[in-house]
Design a protein around this ligand. Structure first.
Ligand SMILES: *Cc1c(COP(=O)(O)O)cnc(C)c1O
Length: 368
């Protein structure tokens, strides 16, 4: 058989792009590192698991319904969310995780020669989707670990279509407050789509955190992302959404994949909306966990970057890949940050005290 070289079939920007390599499943990792139990502190998951009503919705889901296509546009979920936020259901688009809605926005607004603007040290999916779609991603350095509004605006040109602001920023936890976001929107003057990714909104404690959804009325170019993966602990079911003006959403909907959100995810998500008790419980866990880790890091004399959200970054006096392997041998999985332009940093998901104690013990041992 002849070996065909099919590379010429792919556009240059695909040939140049390096595929993301996901980590191995837990059972494989345990075998590889010889650990019996694994604390997953690498993906900002909520270790408390889904809220009780979502668990119930998952248990109640009739297996026979697996044969039936789900609602193609998450009808009931959009109705419930629109009621909750006081919006029109047509202002919401649900996707297979917030990850998918990033692609919807880029596909809807960008073509070859266009660019998007975001930060150099933020959630990497905006950059990745742009690049493998042949769209230039302009990466603006953070300033004091925060998105730099001035520098972002300076890089805008006639081909800039979308600006992505991660608020709070993953992985630094830094936030723009209400006035900072409004100021930015005023300076953009509706010339670009401004996406505010609020994947961690439900964790935020700061009183001046933007009420971005209420700003959509005044700024029809504002698009807000939310997800059920983090606070609501439905990461495995893959469901997230965006909210925007009718005008913006009517355009983005054209680039949407219908039926990409499965029925079980829709039912579980529906059951979480407005569960303030779960949010309170999770926030308490994060508050206590952060305090405990910060006090220990100060004793150890380690620098860290901590803000809003259920995660923090820690600067190590050693290579982060080496630290990762040594921590894995003790059943602790963290995120190495060199690949995200923070050399020798790790990102830690804040979890229950038992997991935090196990992490701190393992960390002390590898530093010795
Ligand atoms: C986790 C995360 C997402 C994606 O979440 P999904 O699981 O795809 O819904 C989006 N943005 C940020 C900043 C995140 O941390």
């Amino acid at each position: 058989m002849t070996a065909f070289d099919m590379h010429h079939l792919a556009p240059e920007y695909i040939r140049r792009f390096e595929a993301y390599v996901p980590s191995k499943p837990d059972d494989e990792l345990k075998k590889l590192y010889g650990c019996k139990r694994l604390y997953r502190l690498n993906n900002n998951e909520n270790p408390l698991g889904p809220p009780p009503r979502a668990r119930e919705a998952i248990r109640r889901f009739p297996p026979a319904q697996a044969a039936i296509y789900p609602s193609g546009d998450a009808f009931h979920l959009r109705c419930k969310l629109s009621e909750y936020f006081g919006l029109d259901p047509n202002q919401i688009l649900v996707g297979n995780g917030a990850n998918e809605v990033i692609a919807f926005v880029i596909k809807a607004f960008c073509e070859q020669g266009d660019n998007i603007i975001t930060a150099d040290k933020t959630f990497a999916v905006y950059e990745w989707v742009a690049e493998f779609s042949g769209i230039e991603a302009r990466l603006i350095p953070l300033r004091d670990f925060r998105f730099d509004a001035d520098a972002m605006l300076q890089r805008v040109d006639a081909r800039t279509k979308v600006m992505f602001v991660c608020n709070p920023n993953n992985p630094t936890g830094a936030c723009w407050n209400h006035d900072q976001l409004v100021n930015f929107l005023n300076r953009v003057q509706g010339r670009q789509i401004v996406v505010v990714d609020e994947a961690y909104a439900e964790f935020v404690e700061a009183a001046d955190y933007p009420d971005s959804i209420s700003l959509i009325r005044q700024y029809p170019n504002l698009v807000v992302f939310r997800t059920f993966s983090k606070m609501y602990a439905l990461a495995g079911l893959r469901i997230g959404y965006l909210i925007g003006s009718r005008e913006a959403v009517d355009i983005i909907r054209r680039a949407c994949v219908v039926y990409s959100v499965n029925g079980l995810a829709q039912e579980a998500a529906l059951a979480t909306v407005g569960d303030t008790e779960h949010i309170e419980r999770t926030r308490r866990m994060v508050r206590e966990g952060k305090l405990m880790v910060i006090q220990a890091l100060e004793r150890l004399g380690l620098n860290f970057v901590s803000g809003e959200g259920n995660f923090m970054m820690i600067k190590l006096p050693m290579n982060d890949m080496l630290a990762y392997r040594r921590l894995m041998q003790q059943g602790i999985m963290v995120r190495t940050m060199t690949g995200f332009r923070f050399p020798n940093y790790i990102r830690l998901t804040i979890a229950e005290s038992e997991a935090m104690e196990a992490f701190l013990q393992a960390l002390s041992s590898i530093l010795r």
